[in-house]
Design a protein around this ligand. Structure first.
Ligand code: AP5
Length: 211
């Protein structure tokens, strides 16, 4: 599981880790954006919370995760990204995994300073087709072919506006950061310095997983 504030690099590193370890990547943010793109009631309701930088209600998010885990998607191993984000979500996940006899092996906490998070989110661009994340300064799109065909179609997320970013960082501190203590108490938390190049951070993540 990846834990860490908005912009810490969870999504970027999760893609590589997923491919290298053969895991299923479950990002609740991506699932909610897929619901929105499909125009579902759930997606439309979630949009208001997301654009404002608030968390979507626990019941909605837990329902999405329950559905995926119970469908057998987790059998070969899962990498959670952006879930859980509240105490209620963490407790529900423990209970779901216990029901499925699946262990939670490690929680990787990506630590990044607030100034750096603001810089990263302000310059983030995403591909509408393949979902890849770029940064206008740190990792600009070089015009390489999109895995989904043609060129990547880049856009900026509505919740990467300055006011929404500030709100998301505050919400993280208030509602999600307490999970650090929760997982420390379970003895599975591994702190990883999330600053540096993408390769440097990835090497630290690999070392933390093997530790
Ligand atoms: P979600 O999509 O999960 O967003 P987030 O947690 O805010 O995380 P981000 O995707 O913004 O950041 P990231 O850590 O993945 O960073 P990234 O790799 O892209 O959630 C969005 C919203 O959905 C929430 O606000 C909430 O409303 C709702 N939601 C989702 N899950 C929920 C839940 N469980 N409960 C309730 N509500 C929920 O990197 C960021 C940028 O930095 C990129 O441009 C990247 O290229 C760049 N970058 C990455 N690493 C580096 C590096 N080492 N050096 C330089 N640049 C880097």
């Amino acid at each position: 599981m990846f834990l860490g504030p908005p912009g810490a690099g969870k999504g970027t590193q999760a893609e590589r880790l997923r491919d290298d370890l053969g895991l299923v990547h479950i990002s609740t943010g991506d699932l909610l954006r897929e619901e929105l793109a499909a125009g579902t009631k759930l997606g439309i309701e979630a949009k208001g919370f997301m654009d404002a930088g608030e968390l979507v209600p626990d019941a909605v998010v837990i329902g999405m995760i329950r559905e995926r885990l119970q469908s057998g998607a987790a059998a070969g191993g899962v990498l959670f990204d952006g879930f859980p984000r509240t105490d209620a979500q963490a407790r529900e996940l423990d209970s779901l995994l216990a029901d499925l006899s699946l262990p939670l092996d490690a929680v990787l906490l990506l630590e990044v300073s607030r100034d750096e998070l603001v810089r990263r989110l302000g310059g983030r661009w995403l591909c509408r087709k393949c979902g890849r994340s770029y940064h206008e300064v740190f990792s600009p799109y070089a015009g390489t072919p999109c895995p989904k065909g043609g060129q990547c179609e880049l856009y900026q997320r509505d919740d990467d506006r300055a006011e929404a970013v500030a709100k998301r960082l505050d919400v993280y501190e208030r509602q999600t950061a307490p999970l650090v203590g929760y997982y420390e108490g379970h003895g599975i938390l591994r702190r990883v310095d999330g600053e540096g190049t993408l390769d440097e951070v990835y090497e630290r993540l690999e070392a933390a997983i093997q530790a």
